[in-house]
Ligand binder design. Structure first.
Ligand SMILES: NC(=O)c1ccc[n+]([C@@H]2O[C@H](COP(=O)([O-])OP(=O)(O)OC[C@H]3O[C@@H](n4cnc5c(N)ncnc54)[C@H](O)[C@@H]3O)[C@@H](O)[C@H]2O)c1
Length: 277
């Protein structure tokens, strides 16, 4: 992987899955890494793997929902490395359940982490990324930022919001003449701990849902996902779809407009059963 030697890259949620794979792929390409997570065991594992390949790494506990901490962290990363080129706003969580039965607190939490965390990271690091003269903001949305589905309303809302923020940012950077690339990432099913780390509304079996996800939906490895994402970053793509499932679903949504909802309901109601349906 060419093109990242000497770059300073920040990755949130780097203790697992896509974040860890991105960190390792960037490390192999010669980038310097600022990695963070709330999962300190996972973060230590990523740090050790980066050190083993000789990458320069700064590892910190950071909860992406804590805005003041995120702002202080941006200052600290810039002071440590002397510059910041890229941020991968990757940390995320899932929660399953129909709006009718979900609690506000669980839906708020998904918005706080999956959207608020991306907003915090984008705003906190943007001045440094602009100042680097060769910057990039990479925000991880989802295929669930392209279409909605039953049982995923909070996640859908957060991932659509990430897409809205990031597509606006890209236009703003171009119009302002800032040297900053901006990419929105829409992964399909990736083989990570996302479903095992997810919660579910009362009456739903989160463990069973995770098994279903792992068996039926997670087809692409995080390593492959990282390679696809970094290729898109090198080409400064506005949008990257990760995995064949993401590409097919995107085409169906484009062709059918809102008609996709009728098409997807019978399939998704089997994948995401709800107790009251
Ligand atoms: N796996 C998929 O199929 C898939 C599909 C589409 C989008 N995504 C998105 O990709 C991103 C990475 O997810 P993943 O699949 O690697 O899942 P993962 O669960 O393996 O990793 C997510 C990481 O984020 C961390 N995290 C959670 N809350 C945090 C917080 N408040 N502050 C800091 N870190 C926090 C977790 O500790 C974990 O290490 C997420 O934004 C997810 O929504 C994943």
């Amino acid at each position: 992987m060419q093109g990242f030697a000497g770059k300073v890259a920040v990755i949130t949620g780097a203790g697992s899955g896509i974040g860890q794979a991105l960190a390792l792929e960037l490390g192999r390409s010669g980038a310097k890494l600022a990695i963070s997570d709330v999962n300190m065991d996972g973060l230590a594992e990523t740090e050790a793997k980066l050190k083993a390949i000789g990458a320069e790494v700064k590892a910190d506990r950071l909860d992406v929902t804590e805005r003041e901490a995120f702002l202080a962290y941006a200052d600290a990363v810039n002071a440590h490395f002397g510059k910041v080129n890229q941020i991968y706003n990757n940390a995320g969580i899932g929660h399953t359940g129909d709006i009718e039965i979900c609690e506000f607190k669980d839906m708020d939490r998904v918005m706080d982490v999956d959207f608020g965390g991306v907003l915090n990271g984008t705003k906190a690091f943007l001045p440094y990324i602009i100042a680097s003269g060769d910057g990039h903001v990479i925000n991880i949305s989802s295929v669930f930022g392209l279409f909605s589905c039953s049982g995923q309303a909070a996640y859908n809302a957060a991932k659509f919001a990430v897409r809205g923020l990031t597509e606006a940012l890209r236009q703003e950077m171009i119009m302002a003449g800032h040297p900053v690339g901006v990419t929105t990432v829409h992964p399909g099913g990736i083989k990570t701990a996302i479903a095992r780390n997810a919660t579910a509304a009362e009456g739903l079996d989160a463990e069973q849902l995770a098994k279903l996800f792992d068996k039926r939906a997670a087809h692409t490895s995080p390593e492959k996902a990282a390679k696809v994402i970094l290729n898109a970053v090198r080409k400064n793509k506005a949008r990257v779809l990760v995995g064949p499932d993401a590409k097919v679903l995107d085409i169906v949504v484009r062709l059918t407009g809102s008609g996709y909802q009728r098409l997807f309901m019978p399939v998704l109601s089997q994948l995401i059963p709800a107790p009251h349906r």
